[in-house]
Design a protein around this ligand. Structure first.
Ligand SMILES: Nc1ncnc2c1ncn2[C@@H]1O[C@H](COP(=O)(O)OP(=O)(O)OP(=O)(O)O)[C@@H](O)[C@H]1O
Length: 253
């Protein structure tokens, strides 16, 4: 069974059909990319799957169970996490506290309340801090363990978002343009990081304009155009697809 199964998913904003009857499925362990021109519906598709928007029609199944209409925090508890195209970092907090927020989102609140005796809470907090530090090292931010978020360069903040999403211990991680605004060296580092995340057993879904990165990493690629599925396949199928070349890749590949 596929880890994620999206069927005939649609959403409309006023007259704009942002996503129209899009179907695809993602197997566990895969790196999967969603590409398409600006405005094609990629971020909206992420927003639908991660519970930011409720679909107008269609269904989303995780491990065979329907999850459409669930809120982002319920989805987080089921193992779905994401990063955002525009940074969503709390700048007035320490970097490590931003990562700890991710771990808090994962915890079931009722269990957390039950543990509300101070010594237990302090131990839990120390454990979360250790875990957050470990994740910061994993994404290459060891030098920022005691830094404030607002003192960090943009490239490091992009990684901080990834660390915070990983703190939710996701099975399925959505990365919305992880290389946007990065220089070629930073892009290569994020490329290697995505590979490490996948090697750790997390299924990764990626929206990305950097074609080199997409073609290097992705086992399967979904191409959207005007909210519709234009093509889906492995890298070679996508590279050769005449519709894709005409709509999108021609200018990039
Ligand atoms: N909340 C919203 N209200 C109204 N229209 C929206 C909303 N969100 C997205 N849209 C519209 O839906 C369409 C798809 O937008 P979306 O941001 O998903 O595209 P995208 O493929 O992610 O683009 P980009 O590559 O530029 O990020 C666009 O026409 C956009 O203006």
């Amino acid at each position: 069974m596929a880890l994620l199964e999206v069927s005939e998913l649609s959403i409309q904003f006023g007259g704009v059909k942002a996503v129209q009857a899009v179907s695809f499925s993602i197997d566990a362990g895969m790196i999967y990319a969603v590409i398409g021109p600006n405005g094609a519906g990629k971020t909206t598709l992420f927003n639908l799957i991660t519970g930011v928007y409720a679909p107008t029609a269609g269904s989303i199944r995780l491990d065979g169970q329907p999850v459409h209409g669930l809120t982002p925090d319920r989805l987080a508890q089921r193992g779905v996490a994401r990063t955002f195209q525009n940074l969503q970092v709390c700048m007035n907090m320490l970097a490590i506290e931003n990562v700890m927020v991710g771990a808090h989102l994962r915890l079931d609140r009722s269990l957390f309340k039950a543990a509300l005796r101070w010594p237990a809470l302090r131990r839990a907090d120390a454990a979360l801090r250790d875990e957050a530090a470990e994740l910061m090292r994993f994404v290459g931010l060891a030098q920022y363990l005691t830094a404030r978020a607002d003192s960090m360069p943009y490239g490091a903040l992009k990684r901080l978002e990834i660390a915070r999403a990983l703190a939710m211990r996701p099975r399925l991680l959505f990365l919305d343009e992880p290389a946007a605004g990065l220089n070629p060296k930073e892009t290569q580092e994020v490329d290697a990081l995505v590979r490490r995340i996948a090697d750790a057993g997390v299924t990764v879904v990626l929206v990305e304009h950097d074609m080199k990165m997409v073609m290097n990493l992705s086992e399967r690629i979904l191409v959207l155009d005007y909210g519709k599925k234009l093509a889906e396949g492995n890298r070679d199928e996508i590279r050769r697809n005449p519709d894709v070349i005409a709509a999108y890749l021609g200018a990039h590949a």
